[in-house]
Design a protein around this ligand. Structure first.
Ligand code: SF4
Length: 197
């Protein structure tokens, strides 16, 4: 695979980010304040994919600044990962009204942006957070665990290699807001990322 320089990555992201900010490809454009672009280290070894911007992220136009972000920061800190070293983005770039689930057509409409971000950053491991990001990333490949009848619960925390790409599905931090007792188990899974620090 061709490796990109930092300048090439920045230039490609600038073009992509402009396209994201003005995008009106799905109905979520009408209820958002900001279409949230990915942020972080352009040479990151780890690329996280969250679900969508929450209320605070939509207002402040920044990744993981709301309650889920606090959980995310705590998990990264306990894992020994510097937030500045990773790249973070969302499956769906515009906020989902009342935190509803994303619709298939919304994921499909937004997916080209996610694919482009992955192609630009060239991470060593992709970390989809929660079912929707995991399902979207894995089902690009015919030989994926969902096609084999496995559930998200079964592959959560398992480092997979599919077509040469390393993928580690993990629990979305927002799930811990509803189930704080899962934190120890979740942290154990996040610690698998220590391989990539
Ligand atoms: S969610 Fe994605 S596809 Fe839909 S309007 Fe926002 S940026 Fe465009």
């Amino acid at each position: 695979m061709e490796q990109f320089s930092l300048i090439e990555k920045q230039e490609s992201l600038d073009v992509l980010n402009y396209q994201i900010k003005i995008c009106e490809k799905c109905s979520l454009a009408s209820s958002r304040k900001n279409a949230l672009i990915g942020e972080g280290n352009l040479n990151a070894r780890i690329l996280f994919i969250a679900l969508s911007p929450g209320v605070k992220e939509d207002i402040q136009n920044k990744m993981f600044v709301g309650p889920s972000g606090q959980v995310f920061n705590r998990l990264l800190y306990a894992t020994g990962i510097d937030r500045k070293s990773v790249f973070m983005t969302n499956l769906v770039k515009c906020t989902l009204p009342k935190n509803r689930k994303p619709k298939k057509d919304e994921i499909t409409a937004c997916n080209a942006f996610l694919n482009a971000e992955i192609a630009i950053i060239q991470p060593e491991v992709i970390v989809p957070l929660g079912y929707y990001a995991t399902h979207t990333i894995l089902t690009k490949y015919p030989n994926n665990p969902f096609a084999e009848g496995r559930s998200f619960k079964e592959i959560n925390g398992q480092l997979l290699t599919i077509n040469g790409m390393k993928i580690l599905p993990l629990t979305h931090p927002s799930a811990l807001l509803y189930n704080p007792s899962f934190e120890m188990d979740t942290l154990k899974k996040y610690k698998k990322l220590q391989l990539f620090i």
